[in-house]
Design a protein around this ligand. Structure first.
Ligand code: TXA
Ligand code: MG
Length: 307
């Protein structure tokens, strides 16, 4: 069953039903080494699943849950290894969507769920996106409207002395550091633990990808885009704000008319999806400011561009 959250739609299974969890991996075509986030109703459910709900983790939960922050904590043996892909940790979050919260509360569920898209593809931010990509493979989509945040949760590992940002997302680094002080970034941290040396398989370099080739236009790569223009390709532009040189582009998607990163995040995956469906030869995406939610969006752009 697909369920709405404030970030993206998820594909859920009772975390304790291993057959249902196995089916989620199968439907998504997701490698078994990539662990799932477990969605819970409230911070009170952490103790059942995690062995170390530290003071710092509790402060983060109190501040950001329900919301787009996933905490990676040492798991209790009760959590099936299939869910955590054999890791000694479990990723937990309380999603901020009334329908899903009600489902979690009413059924007393812990819902293991990745984003409801085929592995590596663009994440779904509406029920229609889920139906397009997985409609023939799943029983039900719980339609909770378009996702308010639009980019996946921030994944933060809290098992070491210093918190590690495994995936930038809907809760900004700046907000997190206000609560617990400085956080290590994955680029400055030795990546370890999971098979293949990936601390978080979400760090796979190619991910969130459209079928159309995509390049990110930074001040430095601006000229690459210009070269492509010279070849008269059918080009699309993913722009942060209106304005700029748009005449050469067959299709333009503006993420935020007001130049606001929240609005840009909410529109991001749907805009990328529309460009991907427009029969273009190349998508040129403008890099966003590398702060706040821009960090998460730039991360998705870099992965979409990686081939
Ligand atoms: O916003 C979200 O997080 C959405 C909604 C549905 O909740 N979910 C989502 O799930 O994006 P998924 O599976 O697409 O991404 C989960 C990320 C992956 O990068 C995965 O590797 C990482 O979390 N992860 C899960 N469990 C982990 C663990 N025990 N240790 C490290 N990383 C983990
Ligand atoms: Mg995903």
């Amino acid at each position: 069953m697909a369920f709405p959250t404030e970030t993206v739609y998820g594909l859920g299974a009772d975390a304790f039903n291993e057959r249902a969890v196995a089916r989620v991996f199968e439907v998504k075509n997701r490698p078994r080494f990539d662990p799932l986030i477990v969605h819970i109703a409230d911070a009170g459910s952490v103790e059942r699943l995690a062995a170390d709900f530290s003071a710092g983790a509790q402060r983060l939960a109190a501040r950001f849950w329900p919301g787009p922050l996933t905490l990676v904590l040492t798991k209790k043996p009760i959590v099936p290894d299939l869910v955590t892909a054999g890791c000694s940790t479990v990723a937990l979050r309380v999603p901020d969507h009334p329908l899903t919260l009600e489902l979690l509360r009413a059924a007393g569920l812990a819902l293991a769920g990745p984003s409801a898209n085929p592995f590596g593809c663009i994440s779904p931010t509406t029920a229609a996106h889920v139906r397009e990509q997985l409609g023939d493979r799943i029983d039900m989509v719980l339609d909770g409207g378009p996702c308010r945040v639009g980019v996946e949760s921030t994944v933060l590992q809290l098992t070491d002395e210093r918190p590690i940002l495994l995936r930038p997302g809907g809760t900004t680094l700046e907000e997190i550091e206000q609560v617990i002080g400085s956080v290590s970034l994955p680029t400055t941290t030795a990546v370890r633990e999971a098979p293949g040396g990936m601390a978080s398989p979400g760090m796979l370099s190619r991910h969130y990808a459209p079928r159309t080739p995509l390049i990110v236009r930074t001040p430095e790569t601006g000229s690459i885009a210009e070269n492509a223009l010279g070849k008269e390709k059918r080009l699309g532009l993913l722009a942060f704000r209106p304005g700029g040189d748009v005449a050469q582009f067959a299709r333009v998607e503006v993420l935020s008319p007001g130049g606001d990163l929240r609005e840009a995040a909410a529109n991001f995956f749907a805009a990328l999806r529309r460009l991907d469906a427009a029969g273009l030869e190349l998508i040129v995406a403008d890099q966003l400011p590398e702060s706040g939610l821009g960090r998460a969006l730039n991360d998705r752009l870099r992965r979409a561009a990686h081939s």
